[in-house]
Write a protein that binds this ligand. Structure first.
Ligand code: ADP
Length: 351
């Protein structure tokens, strides 16, 4: 009811202003018409209502002045409708801009929330890890030492119990795996501390990793291709960056294992925006759609219990980010998976 009376009031005032303008055109009445038009829109009335109202005002005036005079004043009659429409357009543009701005800030909020959630998780994990790593390490060492004792004893009396020897070997293997997990956890708690950063060619890390896995790859019949034509100078922690390359290469090796086509490819280049880009691709099955959103989260693994910790990619991304870079899955890799590590290119400077 209140809305209706306010739109009646608007119509009355618009009519008055429009008539005033038709009889004595002035900038001021035109300005009032523009304001009133905007208020029409805020009151929820559409351009059709406004045009209908405008037509009725013009009709009334035409009747009063007659056809002869109307012909002389066509421009003036149109100006009112035009002004109203311009006001409409401006209003819509304003709304459009507002909506656009709203969308932008919504996206910013979403991005920063995601980032906070991510950081929160990592932070919580870091704290938790630091406290349990210590607790786990002690019994782990005790198990390791005991096993070594038993292994030594068994070696002295090899025929005593061959099954026992096998079991102990398994325990040792599992202990090693646990130590790896604990080590992974420990790194979460520690942000780019310890090891110093140096200027070096990232290709050295690739060569070292390839040398380390050479034997394994050959045994599994995995062929490797690489294109590393130019120096890839970075300022980084060699040990950590090698761990990233090693994780990517190991994942690629696991992905192609047992398939008819088994190739791992490593490409390195300098991008136009001073980034070193190193990609590791494979001819494996690629990353399943449902895994993509959580791929870089800790403890996400599809590997059989005992062969994957699910920490590789999350740690690798953390290391890349701590170096001011990034680690991404290439969503457009035509076949298999392609992971792209980007780091700021850093030549050793005079300082
Ligand atoms: P883990 O290797 O211990 O499972 P990661 O964090 O390194 O942990 O990898 C998480 C999961 O991502 C893997 O279990 C696997 O499912 C998937 N993944 C990683 N790299 C590849 C790859 N190159 N091809 C297919 N799947 C991959």
């Amino acid at each position: 009811m209140a809305e209706k009376s306010s739109s009646d009031e608007l119509e009355r005032r618009y009519g008055e202003e429009a008539l005033a303008y038709l009889r004595d055109p002035s900038e001021q009445t035109l300005y009032h018409i523009s304001l009133l038009s905007k208020r029409f829109m805020r009151a929820g009335l559409g351009p059709e209502d406004l045009l209908a109202l405008h037509a009725s005002v013009v009709d009334a005036e035409l009747e009063r002045i007659g056809a002869e005079e109307a012909r002389a004043r066509v421009g003036q009659l149109d100006a009112v409708a035009l002004e109203a429409m311009i006001a409409y357009g401006a209003y819509h543009r304003e709304i459009g801009n507002l909506v656009e701005e709203l969308r932008r800030s919504q996206k910013e909020l979403r991005d920063s929330t995601a980032m906070l959630v991510h950081r929160g998780k990592m932070g919580a994990l870091g704290e938790l890890s630091a406290s349990i790593v210590h607790e786990i390490n002690q019994p782990l060492n005790a198990i390791k030492l005991t096993c070594q004792d038993v292994q030594r004893t068994l070696r002295r009396a090899p025929h005593e119990d061959p099954e026992l020897a096998e079991s102990i070997d398994e325990v040792v293997q599992e202990t090693r795996r646990m130590a790896e997990i604990v080590d992974g956890l420990r790194r979460f708690g520690r942000r780019d501390a310890d090891s110093p950063r140096r200027h070096y060619d990232l290709r050295d890390s690739v060569q070292r990793v390839l040398r380390l896995v050479e034997q394994q790859l050959t045994v599994c019949g995995v062929s490797r291709e690489s294109s590393l034509p130019e120096p890839l100078m970075v300022l980084g922690d060699r040990v950590q960056l090698e761990q990233v390359v090693m994780n990517l290469v190991s994942n690629a090796r696991d992905a192609v294992q047992g398939l008819p086509q088994r190739t791992i490819r490593i490409d390195g280049r300098l991008t136009g925006d001073d980034q070193v880009e190193l990609s590791v691709s494979d001819t494996g099955p690629g990353i399943a759609e449902e895994l993509r959103s959580t791929l870089f989260e800790p403890f996400v693994t599809t590997k059989a219990a005992g062969s994957g910790t699910g920490l590789g990619l999350s740690l690798s991304r953390q290391i890349a980010e701590a170096h001011g870079g990034s680690l991404q899955l290439d969503p457009e890799a035509p076949k298999g998976a392609r992971f792209v590590l980007r780091l700021p290119a850093r030549e050793p400077g005079p300082a």
